[in-house]
Design a protein. Structure first.
Length: 69
């Protein structure tokens, strides 16, 4: 991982990040470029979570009557 030269304040980092399309990570005054993700990556990585939440909510509705007071 390569860092951009040090000496950035948190405020400097936030100003740079606001206007930049490439995302970075700020750690102890160093700014590291983060690896980019593609639209396909976002789609595939969000699917398992989405499906898990759907199953959870469906089960909760089905079992909800047992827990209602």
């Amino acid at each position: 991982m390569i860092a951009i030269p040090s000496g950035f304040s948190p405020e400097d980092y936030l100003a740079i990040e606001r206007d930049n399309t490439v995302r970075h990570e700020y750690r102890r005054g160093l700014v590291y470029a983060m690896a980019g993700g593609s639209d396909d990556h976002s789609l595939w990585s969000s699917r398992p979570l989405s499906q898990s939440l759907h199953i959870f909510h469906r089960q909760r509705k089905r079992l909800g009557n047992l827990f209602d007071s």
